[in-house]
Design a protein around this ligand. Structure first.
Ligand SMILES: [Zn+2]
Length: 83
């Protein structure tokens, strides 16, 4: 089910957005250099590495550039519905 969006910053844009798909790549870093020491499949994380549990998408307003959770845009649209 989809919900309408309204940008909470510019307060006018309801139509132009970027839906940014989040693709989590689990990595193990070298603690000194920050370089990637190892990458994993999500299913094969070691015991101390939590699975990604962030949102699947972020939204950027195509009018003012605000980058927020999808919920921020749908909640604002609910408060200010199109008549
Ligand atoms: Zn905006």
């Amino acid at each position: 089910m989809s919900s309408p969006y309204l940008c909470p910053k510019c307060k006018t844009n309801r139509t132009r957005f970027h839906q940014i798909k989040q693709e989590a790549q689990p990595v193990k870093l070298d603690p000194k250099s920050g370089e990637i020491a190892e990458t994993y499949e999500e299913a094969h994380l070691d015991a101390f590495h939590l699975n990604y549990n962030g949102p699947e998408i972020r939204i950027q307003c195509g009018a003012c550039g605000l980058n927020e959770s999808e919920q921020a845009f749908t909640a604002y649209a609910k408060n200010s519905p199109l008549s």
